[in-house]
Design a binder for this molecule. Structure first.
Ligand SMILES: [Ca+2]
Length: 170
């Protein structure tokens, strides 16, 4: 048969979105050329409601660059929170064994496994004020989602210390 009656088509995306196309139309292929088609507008969508259970964990690659300025480095314990359209990462310690982290002009890399945050919006940096001269001048942080190959750069360049702990960027 070359004729097919289509009531509606519903497309569900992997992250819980739902799009319904009302058709109520015959889609014909009677002339056998299979070149006749029809376009239907989307009639109903079910939000960008994202259920956490459908999100996949991603190993985000985090690059932290400390500024090239006197006293910019720190030995305090640094924590990072990443915010995205699907939620946030929670406060994550940036740690590495056997390495003096966050020194002047230094680049430090970390991997954080987080449920897919979607489009990233901001980050929060904080530290525990540990060590001598704990104030820290972070230049920028790059967060990369290796699954889609996209990176977000957050320029910081503000001192993070006891008085300004927990800066939000940008
Ligand atoms: Ca250090």
């Amino acid at each position: 048969m070359g004729r097919w009656y289509v009531e509606d088509v519903t497309i569900e995306t992997g992250n819980g979105g739902q799009y319904k196309f009302d058709c109520h139309a015959w889609v014909s292929n009677e002339d056998g050329t299979n070149t006749r088609g029809r376009t239907f507008e989307c009639s109903a969508t079910k939000g960008r409601t994202v259920s956490m259970s459908s999100l996949i964990p991603i190993k985000y690659e985090v690059t932290v660059v400390t500024a090239d300025e006197k006293g910019a480095g720190t030995d305090a314990n640094v924590k990072l929170t990443i915010y995205g359209e699907n939620g946030d990462s929670g406060s994550r310690a940036l740690k590495q064994r056997f390495r003096d982290l966050f020194e002047r002009k230094q680049t430090d890399k970390f991997t954080l496994e987080i449920l897919d945050l979607g489009e990233l919006t901001k980050i929060r940096l904080e530290h525990d004020d540990g060590g001598f001269n704990a104030d820290w001048l972070c230049d920028h942080v790059i967060v990369r989602n290796p699954v889609i190959g996209q990176s977000w750069t957050f320029v910081c360049r503000e001192w993070i210390g006891t008085k300004k702990a927990g800066q939000l960027f940008p």
